[in-house]
Design a protein around this ligand. Structure first.
Ligand code: DX5
Ligand code: ZN
Length: 232
């Protein structure tokens, strides 16, 4: 299988990032959709891993991640919506994940799980469901590379953005600044669209996960449109 892009990825400083969520891609033609993501200028690919237990849906596991790894050098961010994530982290690392995030609600010994990811020299993130208070992130914030705030209840694409997330982003941003954690990125996932992207980045988000907002219609143009919006 051919590698779709030849540029080695470099993380740009202070740039707002766009992470297309492949959950809304055409699974029968993933390679073509990923090529469009690359051409549109996506910063990473967001891969939703669901086990039918932690969330009421099932998606895919390491073999698909491995197949995607073979065709792109874009960073792969695996959002693990699974119970007992410790058991599977190594498999996702071996499959080629660069970023791995685990839910605070699913990782019982959160610091140990984070350390487990860091031991593999991968970017570690923690995820909070919309109803989970920010306090769940505070004790682990200094050990992670990013904090993902869910702006929908996880499990499905195409849901509506929960507006109270905006306040949560602002509060988290202030916490990170007050604690000198300038390198910890804030990622937002769920219901991100053209009409709320600016509000979300203005509140302090660094990475926008976007599924239906990008894959419904022309993928390349949608990413470019999103880029223009959040850069203006
Ligand atoms: C939901 C997933 C999201 C989903 C977002 O559980 O974590 O990544 O793909 O899809 P949209 O952008 O359509 O809400
Ligand atoms: Zn996700």
């Amino acid at each position: 299988m051919k590698m779709l892009n030849n540029q080695k990825f470099k993380m740009p400083l202070n740039k707002k990032m766009i992470a297309p969520s492949l959950l809304s891609a055409n699974f029968a033609n993933l390679q073509s959709d990923i090529e469009d993501c690359i051409q549109g200028g996506a910063d990473m690919l967001h891969l939703d891993i669901m086990d039918g237990h932690f969330v009421p849906n099932i998606t895919f596991g390491p073999p698909i991640v491995e197949a995607i790894r073979k065709i792109t050098r874009l960073p792969l961010s695996c959002h693990l919506m699974i119970s007992n994530p410790d058991k599977f982290i190594e498999s996702f690392v071996k499959a080629g994940a660069d970023y791995i995030s685990v839910h605070t609600e699913g990782a019982i010994h959160l610091h140990r799980t984070i350390q487990f990811i860091k031991d593999f020299d991968k970017k570690a993130g923690i995820v909070l469901n919309p109803a989970t208070p920010l306090e769940f992130a505070y004790s682990a914030a200094e050990y992670v590379d990013f904090i993902l705030l869910m702006s929908v209840n996880p499990g499905f694409g195409g849901q509506e953005f929960i507006k109270s997330t905006l306040k949560k982003i602002e509060t988290l941003k202030i916490f990170l600044i007050n604690n000198g954690l300038f390198n910890v990125l804030i990622e937002i996932d769920g219901g991100v669209k053209f009409d709320n992207a600016i509000q979300i980045t203005n509140a302090g988000a660094d990475i926008l996960v976007c599924g239906t907002g990008i894959f419904n219609g022309n993928i390349k143009e949608n990413i470019q449109k999103m880029r223009k919006l959040i850069s203006s």
